[in-house]
Write a protein that binds this ligand. Structure first.
Ligand code: GLU
Length: 466
């Protein structure tokens, strides 16, 4: 059997991390088993669905590299097919027309609540032969006896008694089919063998199984993925900061890092934390998905991102960081090679936004030296050291790391001071106090002109302070 899974988002907002993780698990399950993955847009809620949201979902999937073999299918294009199935269910007696008024249903509900019963439809119209010309809804005739068993691939067997389930509406008065019906039709028509979705749908599953059985269709396997919690234990939501997938892009996360973080959120393979795409596909399975909800931890995401930043191709990072720098109005065209700067600075960055900030001083003179940095670095006679090293650097023809290092070493020897007495003020003069790599590399990358200019700036600052 070829495995076929799907991701079926409702386009009522952006693609959030919970949805992305569900999509990832579904996608991985298909890829792991050499199967197929379908994208279906469940846009039947005409009031809440937007094209903008569809685009955000498609964009998020693409950014994460969750490619699909079929789709996107749109439910709004399939109303005729849903109605065909509803008519079939009516003809076969698995569905019936209902004319119960809102008032009647409200009264029923109030009575049931008062008697501490679960509110449910009482089957009033089950055996009434209602004429199709009367305004009506169509309800599914749920079996009244027996149990429905879900062999959940994550949670194990779940048994629900049919007398817990009422006859749900499958077509509204305006003729539009409802969510539970369209999902069943689509999963069947699209040949879905495994439904991997959020556990917020677990109450729908027995009803959907009953409808598939009524149609004589095979019932797919189910895997309900537990939800994601925020660090305060509540369900992850907008309150917890960035939850839209594309927001993570804007905040400087690499897609492979977010994907890696998401796969570990509720799934594990021993103690391993980092997985390439290929490894995820090779190792993933639903039985290793945790049944308990997982808590989102931004610190860990930053750590994962940092590992990927350290390992990424500098040329690729240069393109991505270049965009952040352009947003910051930093012109990199006249400065050092951005890929080289990134290699020098990336160990210190948790995100690309941080990395971009760490690159600023290579391209722009600082406005003011960080006074905290000068405290230690400018002790003693920094002006003497800076003037001496400046003269040597100015005379230097071959602007390379080794000769730059030699200038510093010669100055140290000439002045008869410790290495730090020259190196520390020079570093602060060149960087303004920003975090930086080896001194010779820093000076080399900043370049001769900028180095001399900044030393002068530091000398002026020292004079002012004196
Ligand atoms: N459209 C549903 C949602 O976005 C998912 C339905 C399903 O996966 O069966 O919550």
């Amino acid at each position: 059997m070829t495995i076929k899974t799907r991701f079926a988002p409702s386009p009522t907002g952006y693609l959030h991390v919970g949805g992305a993780r569900t999509a990832l698990f579904s996608w991985l399950y298909a890829r792991r088993h050499g199967g197929q993955f379908v994208l279906r847009i469940e846009d039947t809620d005409l009031e809440r669905s937007t094209e903008e949201s569809v685009n955000a979902i498609l964009e998020g999937m693409e950014w994460l590299g969750l490619d699909y073999d079929e789709g996107p299918f749109y439910q709004t294009k399939r109303f005729d097919r849903y109605n065909e199935v509803i008519d079939h269910l009516l003809e076969s007696g698995h569905a019936y027309r209902c004319t119960c008024s809102k008032d009647r249903l409200d009264t029923l509900r109030a009575e049931q609540m008062a008697n501490k019963q679960k509110p449910r439809y009482d089957g009033h119209c089950r055996d009434r032969d209602i004429d199709p010309s009367e305004p009506h809804v169509v309800r599914f005739r749920n079996p009244q006896d027996g149990d429905v068993v879900i062999n959940d691939l994550i949670r194990g067997d779940i048994v629900v008694s049919n007398n817990e389930l009422d006859d749900l509406i499958i077509r509204r008065t305006d003729g539009s089919p409802t969510y539970n019906l369209s999902v069943v039709v689509d999963d069947h028509d699209m040949g879905i063998t495994h439904v991997v979705r959020g556990d917020d749908h677990i109450n729908n599953t027995p009803r959907q199984i009953n409808m598939a059985v009524a149609m004589g269709w095979p019932v797919p396997a189910f895997g309900h993925v537990p939800m994601i919690l925020g660090d305060d234990g509540a369900r992850l939501s907008k309150r917890h900061g960035a939850v839209s997938v594309m927001q993570y892009k804007d905040d400087g996360y690499l897609p492979e890092a977010l994907l890696n973080y998401l796969v570990r959120l509720g799934w594990s393979h021993g103690d391993q934390e980092l997985f390439t795409r290929e490894q995820m596909i090779e190792l993933f399975d639903l039985d290793a998905v945790n049944r308990a909800p997982s808590a989102f931890n931004t610190e860990k995401l930053v750590w994962v991102n940092q590992q990927y930043i350290k390992g990424a191709d500098p040329a690729r990072l240069a393109v991505l960081v270049g965009e952040f720098l352009a947003n910051d109005h930093v012109d990199v065209s006249t400065g050092p090679d951005l890929a080289a700067v990134i290699e020098a600075q990336r160990e210190r960055a948790g995100t690309l936004v941080e990395l971009a900030t760490l690159c600023h001083f290579y391209y722009q003179d600082y406005d003011a030296i960080d006074p905290a940095a000068t405290k230690k670095a400018f002790k003693g006679e920094p002006d003497v050291a800076l003037t001496a090293v400046r003269n040597k650097l100015e005379a230097l023809q071959d602007w390379q790391r080794e000769p730059i290092h030699q200038c510093v070493a010669d100055t140290v020897e000439e002045l008869g001071v410790g290495f730090g007495k020259v190196a520390m003020p020079l570093r602060v003069a060149v960087t303004g106090g920003a975090p930086s790599p080896d001194l010779d590399l820093t000076v080399f990358l900043v370049g001769k002109q900028a180095t001399l200019r900044r030393i002068d700036k530091a000398l002026a600052y020292i004079k002012e302070q004196a």
